[in-house]
Design a binder for this molecule. Sequence first.
Ligand code: SF4
Ligand code: SF4
Length: 268
Amino acid sequence: MREFEKLKKSILNDYPRLGLEDNFKFACHPGVPCFNDCCADINIFLTPYDIIRMKNHLNISSNEFLEKYTLSPIDENQRHPVIMLKMNDDDKKKCPFVTDKGCSIYSDRPWSCRMYPLGLASPSESIKNEGEFYFLMRDDFCKGFEEDGEWTIKGWIGDQGIEPYDDAGKLFKEISLHPFFDSGKSLSPQKIEMLYMVCYDIDRFREFLFESSFFDRFEVDEKTKEQIKNDDVELFGFGVKWLKFSLFGEKTIEIKDEAVKTAKMKKK
Ligand code: SF4
Ligand code: SF4
């Protein structure tokens, strides 16, 4: 993780900042001499939406996916849990999803695999006058830069189907880049566990909602209940509201009057 922090600093200081209309030359296809070389020994951080797409592609629960395919490295400077794709335990440390023909989960591959060779830097709120910017990762092993192919950043993002990933990413940033973390405060272990469950173990979050007294205590209309029962992305959106309420004390969820009365009675 220290290496990651070093890389982050270098990206913010040294990499040229690219905007949506900037161009780059690149193409990737099964004919490139480096085909699949980028799918081994690599740090891939997974977003909540990545996990939803991948576990649904594999038709397994979020919990099974996390157990089988991910690591959650701990670092003292970390503000909240992060999840990484676990490479195979072999000489080449290949991605568990790479095959001779390419990515076996291509239609649901993670955000960073879609974006490559582009990266997106999101400086935290504490860095003044800095917005998000794109940058190019010019890895020596990648021969895609020698191929014919001209892209704008905007064109690449459209071609790679990034939009739903970015929509869910904006929601995630409401938590991961929350000003609470810039104030130097940290979350209790229980709150970190809640954040982990909502962001990464979405099927367990659904169980938490539907198999507890949650709906007796909080106002949630029937339409929303139905949506979050059947749709992981809707559920994650609701989860972000719940996290803002339960972690940061924002008024994003309403407590039922009866629950307030019962709490007052118990206090007496
Ligand atoms: S998920 Fe697919 S594209 Fe991404 S590293 Fe693995 S095999 Fe490659
Ligand atoms: S290394 Fe670059 S060109 Fe080669 S397969 Fe990966 S992304 Fe494509």
